[in-house]
Write a protein that binds this ligand. Sequence first.
Ligand code: FAD
Length: 462
Amino acid sequence: MSDLKEEYLSGWGNIPMVRGKIAFAHDEGDVSRALKNGSLISRGKGRSYADQATNNGELVLKMEKMNRFISFDPGTGILTAQAGVTLAEIINVFAPRGWFTMINPGTKYVTLGGAIANDIHGKAHHADGSFVNSVIEFTIMLADGRVLTASREENDDLFWANFGGLGLLGAILTVTLKLRKVETTYFSQKAIVARNLEEMMDALDETEQTYRHSVAWIDSLAKGKNLGRGVLTVGNEARFDELPPKLQKDPLAVGAKPKITVPVYLPSFTLNKLTISVLNSVLHYLQSHGKPFTHYDSFLFPLDAINEWNKGYGKRGFIQYQFVVPEEGGRESVRRIMKEITESDCKPFLNVLKKFGEASGGPLSFPMKGYTFAIDFPITDQLEPFTKRLDEMVLDAGGRIYLGKDAFLDMDMFRKMYPNYGEWMKVKQKYDPEWHFNSDIGRRLLHTEHIPLDDTGMKSTI
Ligand SMILES: Cc1cc2nc3c(=O)[nH]c(=O)nc-3n(C[C@H](O)[C@H](O)[C@H](O)COP(=O)(O)OP(=O)(O)OC[C@H]3O[C@@H](n4cnc5c(N)ncnc54)[C@H](O)[C@@H]3O)c2cc1C
């Protein structure tokens, strides 16, 4: 384990900024030594938005140097790798051999450990489900130093509870997952312009059988009859024989490093109504004028083209508020919440709407069948109370907030939104009753000290 350092750390949204001890794990021995330092939490690439991988005053163990590949079967596409390997590293090595990661979030700079801890989803959730669907098994070091294998057959309680389990059950060491066979690293894509939410929802429904990937960018300032207008991008992995001759010359090309870096924290006033409206128009143009075939970097990970774009929101930072509501009644729920946002004083920036398929994860996994909407908000004094109003609306609609991005939920609201949390608590009680693994979000949402669990796994009182 590297020497302990004291540092300020935050999530991708630059909030909250907390001081803690930091060390890098290079191997299993380092993780075992870290356990002797009191409370700890693992951290991957820090792409969660808030306090998921911070641990105020205590240890944060960075896992990104545990990034070796262990084995790969070219017959089946089954890969075993250390948990600090990122999706970008997997793609760089295996895409030229015709294998691609199955579940891809909006950035490729996430580790396998982080992908499990938030049971991440991508634009293809309606077809492929969440990250758990690509994982066969993983090994995990528990608070008492034991290393267990968890799969659907072995220690299955530990397996399921880790998907969405926020790293609170132990440090994941290695992951065995399935890659998808591909003929090319290109996507055939189509853009559909929708004039309002009704048209957008119709387009999402009509395209879900034909296209594996779909995501809608919504104009965050459109109101009234234009509410919900935007561009839906849909696509599929391109076959070799579909590609134009120019792209057939290098059908399995891998991507480049980010081209632009945001050099400093931009002042917050750069994001005002005027700049947001200009950016919306640019995005609208870019989204609706895409080429019919595009590389995975621009199709799956467009935001990765700009390094550290999170600094563009200024030093106060930002949140991404992402919720899901059930399909039944979902159109109306999304409309109500969208209207509340556009009529508020809190300026939304990037807005993304997707449709989820059936839930496939653990008790704290986020996705459920329905509509998910993600909105970036720069931090202002009004924002936190405003999100509380939105939380009530989401809960009323039978929905929930994505914990991997959440910054403001409280324990009471969390328990209402995740009624299966008691099931997760039982697993925590079994494997780490002393809460050796803990984090700021763990203390905010889950950990109530010195209160006995009843036999359903619930704390008897808060
Ligand atoms: C631009 C952008 C786009 C995104 N798009 C999506 C999206 O489309 N879909 C989606 O689902 N998410 C999305 N995310 C969120 C991101 O996928 C998740 O937050 C992911 O978990 C981050 O992984 P990480 O390696 O950076 O982990 P971190 O953010 O460092 O940590 C996340 C969690 O993983 C735990 N963890 C990390 N490593 C380990 C380990 N070895 N063992 C145990 N626990 C561990 C941490 O304790 C923490 O709880 C996006 C984020 C960004 C910045």
